[in-house]
Design a protein around this ligand. Structure first.
Ligand SMILES: Cc1ncc(COP(=O)(O)O)c(C=O)c1O
Length: 417
């Protein structure tokens, strides 16, 4: 007979978990001698089994977590998967409330309680809004800032979901809106002075991605806080912290406190990166309750029941977070040294990826790498020419990428006559 209640079922949950975990942990704990052996043997894409992708593919294009999901999240999914015949609101506790409360606790925010009696009013208190990935938070925040004559200030290159919503409105609705895309400075940092100068009485939103994607650069906390302080209160400052866990500086202070101290600040977070739950689609924002109420006028998609359970478990899986951070840091060190050896300029990164400068058109390199089963990102997508962006993978994936890049460089060298 099949299990009816997963929580105390003896269905070989333990066996299932064991299988699931061996897969990911096996990849995590590759001991130094096997890594050294793989290096000596010359790792090729065909040797690599990335988690969740077909054997042989080295997919370093989308900043996914190469180590897989938090094991605690996998366990939470396994425990709850037999309950998915129910809507979230039929469950006790309601998974959305469970996750929202977990996030509130995580950030030391007042916990909100939603009951049958107060659910219409509960919005008045709520500083946390959850959604199906942070993408919808970006998009719906963008929509609330668009009105006739409105202006947006954002860096370029930067993650462009918000700017794309504005551009879509401009094109399709013939909307009278203006976008100021301010170039990063020479160190690939947000040029906050130049951005500040573009703010006027029509500006409704300023976007800061910190660390920035695709450059991986990080603003100093105090510099960002001073900027927020100086921005007029009629402007919403949207701070996207998708990669905040990968910051190298120990003790770096994130921006969540700015969202509680300033009514015009929204901070967005995702479970897709450090927590390894991109396919689960879970993200959230911290902002003033009125901001969330405005966003909630639109149908912001909520995460699924399993997404809520997985994210709530992943949030406090500090071992997994530390391991992912460590692997990303070691990977960035390795990639940096390899770029130095190959004479390629790169941007030191506080994200889970690295931007590097080929100083020539990159379409050929991009295609030649793809032919060798190594997929990375062409930074032209964010409007920066002659650059490529690579996600930091497992040691084996990083080595395969560097090996393939080296080959591509050799193959493209003019043959001496
Ligand atoms: C800077 C940044 N923000 C937001 C997102 C959206 O992530 P998700 O919708 O998976 O939460 C991404 C995805 O790559 C990103 O790089």
């Amino acid at each position: 007979m099949g299990p009816t209640n997963s929580t105390d079922s003896t269905f070989s949950r333990r066996g299932f978990m064991k299988g699931a975990l061996i897969g990911s942990v096996g990849a995590l704990t590759a001991d130094p001698s096997s890594i050294a052996y793989a290096m000596l043997a010359g790792t090729t894409p065909a040797d690599i089994q990335g988690i969740g992708i077909r054997k042989g593919l080295v997919n370093l294009s989308s900043n996914e977590n190469p180590l897989g999901p938090s094991a605690k999240a996998v366990e939470a999914v396994a425990q709850n998967m037999f309950h998915v015949n129910r809507y979230g609101w039929s469950m006790t506790p309601v998974p959305e409330d469970l996750l929202r409360n977990a996030i509130e606790k995580h950030h030391n925010l007042p916990e909100t309680t939603v009951t049958m009696e107060n659910w219409q009013e509960a919005w008045k208190e709520r500083r946390v809004m959850i959604s199906a990935g942070s993408g919808p938070i970006l998009e719906f925040a963008a929509i609330t800032a668009i009105k006739d004559g409105a202006e947006l200030v954002q860096a370029r290159p930067a993650y462009s979901d918000i700017a794309e919503v504005w551009m879509k409105f401009k094109r399709r609705q013939n909307a009278n809106v203006k976008l100021h895309l301010v170039p990063l400075d020479d160190a690939y940092l947000h040029d906050l002075n130049a951005m500040y100068k573009r703010i006027n009485q029509n500006t409704t939103m300023v976007v800061i991605t910190n660390p920035n994607n695709p450059s991986g650069t990080l603003l100093g906390h105090d510099e960002l806080a001073d900027f927020v302080q100086s921005v007029p209160k009629h402007v919403t400052v949207f701070i996207d912290e998708a990669y905040i866990h990968f910051v190298r500086e120990p003790g770096y202070r994130d921006a969540v406190h700015l969202a509680t101290e300033h009514d015009n600040v929204i901070v967005a977070r995702t479970f897709s990166k450090i927590h390894g739950l991109a396919g689960m689609r879970v993200g959230y924002s911290v902002a003033h309750p009125d901001t969330h109420r405005r966003m909630d006028l639109y149908p912001v998609p909520e995460p699924s029941v399993l997404g809520c359970f997985a994210a709530a478990a992943a949030l406090e899986d500090h071992d997994h977070i530390a391991r992912c951070r460590q692997v990303a840091k070691a990977g960035k060190d390795y990639l940096g040294k390899s770029f130095d050896r190959l004479g390629i300029e790169y941007v030191p990164s506080d994200g889970s990826f690295m931007l590097f400068n080929m100083k020539r058109e990159v379409a050929t390199t991009f295609a030649a790498l793809a032919e060798k089963n190594v997929e990375i990102a062409d930074a032209n997508w964010w409007g920066v020419k002659e650059h490529l962006r690579v996600t930091v993978g497992t040691p084996a994936e990083n080595e395969a990428f560097i090996g393939a890049l080296e080959q591509v460089l050799q193959e493209s060298r003019p043959v001496a006559q």
